[in-house]
Design a protein around this ligand. Structure first.
Ligand code: CA
Length: 230
């Protein structure tokens, strides 16, 4: 099991790492929110132990950004606070479980075991961008009352675009991640699938368009800002 510990109290982080290494876990330790986010985004962990109060960005924001990027690694949030309100907002932001400091080693291990048993079940079931929702269980793309089914490849391309909204995704990145490094992949494939997806977005009457960004690749754009809150 690979675990990422994000905890700015160095002594506590080292103690946790020691306990988990004793259980033959592979452990990475970082001490601030920004490092926690970039390590977490590598999607290389079975579970993340995430402190709430951190320098840089706090634990809740780290969890929220990981989930927004499609990372579904189970998260155990640690906090010195114990109010119900914090527990609720901690779970709201995408944490899977919550533990108040101080805690016993037995409790920590029991919770991590429970979370890692659930690995594979803790998956995002849908992605959203603008007026679009992609149901990852059946690859149906929905906009309002209209819905279309995406083929496996179309779904893979759409998923990557929706996971990195506002950032251009290069043809090369799409090729490698959807078609792999070998096979009949070529830039023409990417163009063909982008064109299929554009037709489907058109059929859905979606506000979302796939923009071609010169020299950079493709990006989803929401052509209409969300309605003003009344
Ligand atoms: Ca802290």
């Amino acid at each position: 099991m690979n675990v990422l510990i994000v905890e700015d109290e160095v002594n506590l982080a080292e103690a946790l790492a020691h306990i988990l290494k004793d259980q033959h876990w592979s452990v990475d330790v970082v001490h601030d929110g920004n490092a926690g986010l970039s390590y977490g985004l590598s999607d290389a962990y079975d579970v993340i132990v995430l402190d709430l109060m951190l320098p840089g960005i706090d634990g809740m924001e780290v969890a929220r950004r990981l989930r927004a990027k499609g990372i579904s690694t189970p998260i155990l949030m640690l906090t010195a606070r114990s109010s119900i309100k914090d527990k609720v907002s901690g779970l709201d932001c995408g944490a899977d479980d919550y533990m108040t400091k101080p805690f016993s080693t037995e409790e920590l291990l029991a919770r991590l075991r429970a979370l890692t048993r659930r690995t594979g079940e803790v998956v995002l079931d849908e992605l959203q961008f603008g007026d679009l929702t992609l149901d990852l269980s059946n690859m149906n793309l929905t906009c309002g009352a209209r819905s279309v089914h995406l083929s496996q490849r179309e779904g893979d391309v759409m998923k990557l675009l929706m996971k990195t909204p506002k950032a251009a995704l290069s043809k090369e990145a799409l090729l490698t991640r959807v078609w792999g490094t070998q096979g009949e992949s070529s830039a023409n494939n990417v163009e063909a699938y982008i064109s299929f997806l554009r037709k489907k977005l058109n059929f859905l009457n979606s506000r979302v368009v796939i923009s071609t960004i010169r020299m950079l690749g493709y990006r989803l754009d929401d052509t209409e800002p969300p309605a003003e809150q009344a």
